[in-house]
Design a protein around this ligand. Structure first.
Ligand SMILES: [Zn+2]
Length: 130
């Protein structure tokens, strides 16, 4: 995985000419993020392979960590069809491209970021995401 990320970040550096400005990369990053959200939304509103069935998530105060999965729900029903999966993967890839571009512009190493985050979530565990 580490080599794939470094290779990807290096390839983005080679290819990124048009949106070399940090302002272009920031706005493209935001735009591609919106397209990820739009693609996921369309699985529900256009394709229908996923549906949303949402309600409040009532977790008893005395529930322990092991029990949390019993009381929480993704609010999703169904499975991504192949077409929606392909589209969402493409949109996430575009978003990753601009994330890598921003990292390059700021001289940040995506491998280091992922490693630090992995260490953080491994250390903090369940308390990290609250
Ligand atoms: Zn679908």
């Amino acid at each position: 995985m580490k080599n794939d990320i470094s290779h990807f970040q290096g390839k983005v550096e080679q290819l990124l000419i048009r949106h070399r400005s940090v302002l272009d990369s920031l706005s493209k990053y935001q735009e591609t993020n919106a397209k990820v959200n739009r693609a996921i939304t369309k699985t529900i509103t256009f394709c229908g392979c996923l549906t949303v069935n949402a309600s409040s998530q009532d977790v008893p105060e005395d529930a322990n960590f092991k029990d949390l999965k019993e009381y929480t729900n993704t609010h999703l029903d169904g499975c991504l069809c192949e077409q929606c999966k392909d589209i969402i993967e493409e949109k996430i890839g575009n978003n990753l491209f601009y994330m890598a571009a921003i990292c390059n512009l700021l001289d940040l190493d995506m491998d280091d970021i992922i490693e630090k985050e992995l260490d953080k979530i491994s250390t903090l565990g369940r308390f990290n995401l609250s």
